[in-house]
Design a protein around this ligand. Structure first.
Ligand code: SAM
Length: 279
């Protein structure tokens, strides 16, 4: 099996790197190893890799997993990946746009855990995370490289500057961990920002996530406004009623969306429905 995580290998592949597809390839084997170690991939793990590039991560994933499925959009990379990994029985390459993929086409290959492990194309990071969390309930854990700033937003705590609806959404559904920072210099070409590996482990939940998600989006609609104002606008309920409702839950009338934790949102949304909308 040939590793393709250095500048010479990338140059030798003669692939034209496409900025439009977010192609910043990993060039350091120790970072590749650290990612796969962090993801704790073993022979009972089914892996889905989004955007294998020329296969920097793919090699080790195939080696350590029960089965690895790689999803790549770029025509030019398909022969390169097929040549390197096509003969492995525990490997499948899908030449498709992940965002347009029917999520039911992935198999779990009899493994006890399914993990997404990927160095994501940054321009569609949020869309990819949302698709996995909304449509692929068989994915138990996600280990992804994203822009450092996005990793900070996803893992942010309430009341911090980075905390927003994306943090709440991810933390509602998953145990989120900022794993480690990756310097821009280990990519070819180097992007303009540093990156980070973040992990999302799905929680075992029994909640109506769609309704809560909508409530959270409404709460954050205008960041400078108070929660009373945002809920008033979204649900058309008068401000005194919303103020009394929030005070009943122990919040000041001036409370803002970014002061409320994911767990508090679950409670708040169900009480809001019960006491304000239906009450
Ligand atoms: N995993 C490789 C590495 O670490 O060197 C490449 C990572 S590069 C940041 C992102 C990869 O995602 C590229 O190979 C790109 O062609 C692919 N890609 C971009 N958009 C995609 C999409 N919608 N579906 C599948 N793959 C995509």
């Amino acid at each position: 099996m040939r590793a393709k995580a250095n500048k010479q290998e990338i140059a030798a592949s003669k692939v034209r790197l496409k900025k439009s597809l977010g192609q910043n390839f990993l060039t350091e084997k120790n970072i590749v190893e650290k990612i796969v170690r962090t993801a704790d991939v073993d022979k009972d793990t089914n892996v889905i890799e989004i955007g294998p590039g020329i296969g920097a991560l793919t090699e080790l994933l195939i080696d350590q997993s029960k089965f690895t499925t790689a999803v790549e959009i770029d025509d030019e990379l398909i022969p390169v990946l097929t040549e390197s990994f096509g003969s492995y029985e525990n490997f499948e390459l899908k030449h498709i746009d992940f965002l347009k993929t029917d999520a039911s086409q992935f198999e779990t290959h009899g493994a006890s855990t399914t993990k997404v492990v990927a160095n994501l194309p940054y321009y569609i990071t949020t869309a990819i995370i949302t698709k996995i969390l909304n449509e692929m309930d068989y994915v138990d854990e996600i280990y992804i490289m994203v822009q450092k700033e996005v990793a900070e937003r996803i893992s942010a705590s309430p009341k911090s500057k980075q905390y927003g609806s994306l943090s709440v959404y991810c933390q509602l559904l998953c145990e989120v961990n900022y794993e480690f920072t990756v310097k821009r210099t280990v990519f070819m070409p180097p992007p303009n920002v540093d990156s980070a590996i973040i992990s999302l482990k799905r929680k075992d939940l029994d909640i109506d996530i769609k309704t809560i998600e909508k409530f959270v989006q409404n709460a954050f609609k205008q960041k400078r406004k108070t929660l009373v104002n945002n809920l008033n606008k979204a649900y058309g309920v008068d401000k005194p009623t919303i103020t009394a409702f929030l005070e009943g839950l122990g919040y000041k009338p001036s409370v803002r969306a970014e002061e409320i934790s994911p767990e508090e949102y679950i409670n708040m949304q169900s009480k809001f429905k019960e006491e304000v909308i239906n009450g």
